[in-house]
Design a protein around this ligand. Structure first.
Ligand code: AMP
Ligand code: MG
Length: 362
């Protein structure tokens, strides 16, 4: 059992190597270390030790059928865990590594089944973060790391989020400040023809098509569905949800705002309070109407929305409103990953703004 969780603050650009070496020692000893990546904080363990990896599932309360991603410090290290790295996978590594792209590759038998949840494949990624890369290199093993949150909660984009969820359950947290991308990696199955996006993320489908030509994609609806067979097991679980219920409102931006304003009025009429998560472009429409207004970022730069999404969702829990209405975003580019997370955070509570009695946002 863990006595207490040690939090080590590091300079993201020049991390103290002695502190990272100590963390690497914890990993080699079978312990759990949370560390920053460019996407979200990861909860790391020795990826070649079944006993260490099992502790990740316990600490997070993660379902056993949801496989973990193995993190490597260099593209060559993919060969340590993958039986075969195809020409297509190599091209993707050259273009996107280090970065938010996980490649699903045929698994080597040395990788414990608990990592891949019994699948014959393994997800591999090289993160774009100096602390993460140093930790992996110093550990000398591929590091298995899902997001460092309690399963079902919004993913952690700061060390404080990790501490809120996992203090007392893990040995160490490396605090490297807030993460930059803010949504998880894109998971791409390179064993299928054409390669298929199993989870949208920080590398966009458009960027993948630039390199590969054809790429198959689950529709946003099926990627967000909560039951039934799914090629990437993690996609079937309700996820990213704050404690406050989230209702996602999709459609044209002006219709969305109008619809949310009407929904707020309806809630107020029954004595309920309502928050809104919106873009800076529409923020003014809700001031004085919603009980809490939180801006996720700008519609003109979806990277700002991705970066702030999970932290903003977590903040609503402290606000104590009865419901949060989240504005939908355009699905192009990073919007695909953002909408995937919002749909799942809503647990299926989705309103299409143009359905039912339309409203003039005026
Ligand atoms: P997390 O680490 O919490 O971001 O979750 C990892 C995601 O990658 C989940 O959606 C998994 O289902 C997916 N994943 C990891 N390994 C594989 C694999 N071998 N095949 C398909 N999906 C995978
Ligand atoms: Mg996760």
């Amino acid at each position: 059992m863990v006595e207490g969780t040690e939090v080590v603050r590091l300079d993201p650009g020049h991390p103290d190597i002695a502190a990272v070496r100590r963390a690497a020692g914890v990993i080699r000893g079978g312990g759990l270390v949370a560390f920053p990546t460019e996407t979200v904080y990861g909860l790391g363990a020795d990826g070649l030790s079944a006993a260490a990896v099992e502790r990740i599932f316990l600490a997070k309360g993660r379902p056993q059928d949801n496989p973990l991603i193995l993190h490597v410090a260099a593209p060559e290290d993919a060969h340590r865990v993958a039986l075969d790295v195809s020409a297509c996978a190599r091209r993707l590594m050259e273009r996107f590594w280090p970065g938010p792209l996980t490649l699903v590759l045929p698994k080597r038998p040395e990788v414990p089944d608990v990592v891949s949840a019994g699948l014959p494949t393994v997800g591999v990624r090289m993160p774009d973060n100096i602390i993460a890369l140093t930790l992996i290199a110093e550990s000398g093993v591929p590091i298995a790391a899902p997001s460092a949150n309690v399963s079902g909660r919004p993913s952690p984009t700061s060390a404080d989020h990790v501490i809120a969820d996992l203090a007392g359950k893990i040995e160490m947290v490396l605090d490297g400040g807030p993460t930059t991308v803010g949504v998880e990696s894109t998971v791409l199955d390179t064993t299928s023809t054409p390669p298929g996006v199993l989870r949208p993320g920080g590398v966009t489908v458009e960027e993948l098509r630039d390199v590969l030509g054809e790429v198959s994609v689950l529709s946003a609806e099926s990627a967000a569905r909560l039951e039934g067979p799914v090629p990437s097991p993690g996609m079937k679980y309700t996820h990213y949800a704050p404690k406050t219920p989230v209702v996602l409102v999709e459609g044209e931006p002006d219709q969305v705002a109008g619809r949310i304003l009407r929904e707020i009025q309806a809630r107020h009429a029954t004595g309920e309070t309502a928050g809104v998560m919106c873009s800076c472009e529409t923020e003014g429409l809700y001031r004085g109407q919603a009980d809490v207004v939180r801006v996720a970022g700008s519609r003109r730069d979806l990277a700002t929305v991705a970066a702030a999404l999970f932290a903003t969702l977590r903040l609503f829990d402290a606000d104590g409103v009865d419901v949060v209405f989240a504005e939908g975003f355009d699905q192009a580019g990073l919007g695909f990953a953002i909408m995937n997370r919002l749909r799942r955070a809503s647990g299926g509570r989705i309103i299409r703004a143009h359905m039912g009695t339309g409203v003039d946002p005026g």
